[in-house]
Every structure is written in C-alpha cells, then in structure tokens.
Design a protein around this ligand. Structure first.
Ligand SMILES: [Fe+2]
Length: 260
C-alpha cells in the first residue's frame, strides 16, 4: 500500500497561493497523495504567511504547512503557530519563547506520518545548526510515525546535501526549500531516503526569486532599498511527489513544475 506525499515548494505572494489552490484538485487526481505538505513562508507578498492564507490552505486539504526564516514576520500568524499543530516553523529559529514548533505528526489514510521543519545555519541565522538538533527530532518523530519528511529551509547547497546524506536510511525524505530555484537532483539515496536540494517556487517566475526583477537589479547595481514587490508574469507551482513503501523508505521522487 505505502504512502504517497506531495510536497509543494515556497508559495510566493497571493498569485502563488491562488495558483496552488487552483491546481490542487488536478494534482490530487493525478498523484492521489496521502500527505500534502506546503511551504507557505512567503505567501504574504513575499514575506511571512497571514492567518487567512494559512486557513485557506488548510481548508483546501493541506495536511502540514511548513515555514522558514520569515515565519514570524506577521503577528496574526503567531496565534496560528501556537494553536494549530499542523502549522510549523523551523525548530531552530533564533529567539526564545517563540510560538509553534518544528515537528508535526498527522494521520493519513496510510497511517501516521511526521513532518520536521528545520532551518539551515550557513548564510542564515539559526538558534542551533540543524545537525545539532536533528537526531532528537527524528527520534521523536519515529515514536509516532513510520514515514518522516524533513523540510530543510536553507540557503547553502552543501549544507542541504550534507543533511540529506546524514539522514539517509533514517527518514523517508529530505527536501530543501528557501532558494526558490528548483534543482534537478531529485533521487533516492542508497539507504532509501528521497532527496532534493530545493523544491522550487510556487509563484511568479518572471522575477528574481518571486520579486520584481527591476527592484532586485537596482538593489545590486545601486544599493537601492526599494520595497520588495511580487512580480507579475508566468506562474508555476513546483514541488515533488514522493512514493514510499510500508517500511518508511522512499521508492521514488519526481519533481513537478506545473502552470495553473
Ligand atoms: Fe526563506
């Protein structure tokens, strides 16, 4: 029987959110996922998630929402993180007394599945390197679930691959988020862990990682501090489908990139 998981990469802006919501019925029909994980940390105009957006995704059947370095940007989202165990932020976000956590266990048709959300520490601020706390999180996850999925929200390719290799054979999948560029390295490692350095971005692709290109180019050329605005133009929903066996290991991982 096994389990099929659909993982959607960083939702950027309202246009990205609407694209995901409009494509979910056809993606469900095509892949029949038992578990749907969406990284929504950039849904609110590129930084953070609003409570309303989280509600829309969960109402649409998303099982777990993951986040990243912008997870705490919007105050209204703090209550969602505190109150809804399906909504995660990286376990190692810097700060103390933060709302929410980085591990969720949800029921699926196949049985309980766990999702871990953790942040990188290379070129990013983290309370602790992911390698310092991941073992404890994986052990906790396995108390309740056979299938364990890790969303590693990180900047550096090397750190992402290293964490994937470190967890090979111990979790079902390690997928990266945050860089918004889908990588062409989806594969199942020898120990049975599916891996992909970055799921990609669900949002406007005629852009610099979702933001209007002219604003970012001007920032690099002239140091201009223009307000980030989401781009218009071509929309794509990106992510991956992971098929797994009853033993908790991945059988396959397939990148997806679909226009609404
Ligand atoms: Fe991020």
């Amino acid at each position: 029987m096994g389990l099929t998981a659909l993982l959607i990469g960083d939702v950027v802006a309202g246009s990205g959110l609407r694209s995901v919501l409009s494509l979910l019925p056809s993606l469900r029909e095509r892949y029949a996922p038992d578990l749907l994980i969406v990284n929504a940390e950039n849904a609110a105009d590129g930084t953070g998630t609003s409570a309303r957006q989280a509600g829309e995704l969960l109402d649409a059947g998303v099982d777990v929402l993951t986040g990243g370095n912008h997870s705490l940007k919007r105050r209204d989202f703090h209550a969602v993180l505190r109150d809804d165990p399906r909504v995660l932020r990286p376990a190692n976000l810097p700060g103390s007394g933060l709302p929410g956590g980085g591990l969720a266990v949800v029921d699926t048709r196949a049985g309980p599945a766990a999702v871990i959300n953790i942040q990188g520490s290379v070129f990013m601020e983290a309370a602790a390197p992911p390698f310092a706390i991941i073992d404890e999180l994986v052990d906790l996850a396995h108390r309740d679930a056979r299938w364990v999925f890790v969303d590693h929200h990180a900047e550096a390719t090397s750190e992402k691959v290293a964490l994937g290799r470190y967890l090979d054979g111990r979790v079902t999948a390690v997928v990266g988020t945050h860089t918004h560029i889908q990588t062409a390295d989806a594969r199942v490692f020898a120990g049975g862990t599916a891996y992909m350095t970055d799921l990609g971005m669900s949002g406007p692709h005629d852009s610099v990682i979702g933001v209007r290109s002219d604003i970012i180019v001007n920032r690099f050329r002239n140091g201009a501090k223009g307000r980030f605005e989401p781009a218009d133009g071509e929309l794509l929903v990106q992510g991956a489908v992971v098929r797994c066996g009853d033993d908790g290991r991945a059988v396959s991982i397939e990148a997806i990139s679909v226009a609404p």
